[in-house]
Design a protein around this ligand. Sequence first.
Ligand code: MG
Length: 378
Amino acid sequence: MMPLRIAILGSTGSIGRQTLDVASRFPERIEVVALAAHSSSALLLDQARRFRVTRLALGDPASAAAASLESGLPIGAGSEALVELASAGDVDIVLNALVGAAGLRASIATLRTGTTLALANKESLVAGGDIIRTLGMDRVVPVDSEHSAIFQCLLGEPLEAVARLWLTASGGPFRGMTADALGSVTVEQALAHPRWTMGPKITIDSATLMNKGLEVIEAHHLFDLPYDRIEVVVHPQSCIHSMVEYADGSVKAHLGATDMRVPIQYAFSHPERWDAPAPPVDFRTLGTLEFEEPDTRTFRSLALAYEAGRAGGTLPAVLNAANEVAVAAFLGGRVSLPVIAETVERVLETHDRTPADTLEAVENADAWARRAAERLLP
Ligand code: MG
């Protein structure tokens, strides 16, 4: 059997590094043919040497020039180079793990080329869901653990029999806190996620529940279900990765090791299953599984995401962009955690919604929202 030829966009981030770990465990099944990152040139070059990859790109032009000089290799520079890697005809699967709204162009290029898209860049669907849907959702394989879980629970089932999706949320490090207490949490506390190892942006989004909000919008597009049939339940143990409830009251839950390499690997192996990258769950020692309703009064971001998703058009792109700017301000120590949701809410309120069916419309809304959020922040 020929190995799957994969391109990894965002190879130096948390998902990218775990993807390379999966690839290293199955050298006869996975061949890494292209790597791209934003600006971490030293790690990109190290990965290129280890996996003998010569097709490389860096989104940041200055980093690309420096890396090219250091290595003597031609390294594509800028967002156009990322799109070029995604458009190569000899790639079987593009794993898009770029951070933020920059991933949408690459996702569109991947699908236009007819290549399978293993999607770890939520923003592609949050901001560009209306575009991605027209390009063929049947070639999109979710990498996000919740969506991979739902994808697996749906196997062999008719979509019209689905009553509801249940997305599980760990609740983050501040579960149970009052709005007052949330105002004085530190960046370090917010970065200490109790269950998953992830990059800083998504870890903050988990602490505010915005991550779950983005995932609700993602699920709406991936599985073509209305928002009133997508529920969020807080499940602190993160053992159930998500569930599908059917018309007859049966519920399928996906359980397993809390390790991102499992859904990453499944995006490559499905419908096959390959050997586990992590120890299996031992139900004898699992203990209690808890479930509770999310506190959307304290964690406003989740409610805002539902509102933006339901309204549709450019509002989800605006939600996402304003959130990115506000999260950066929090990480930079400029604002407290609750200011993230306050900023997003105020930006959403002042946006004139338009359809989001072209890249131009989405990128204009994204740029507008970033400027609007910056104006509100200190
Ligand atoms: Mg997730």
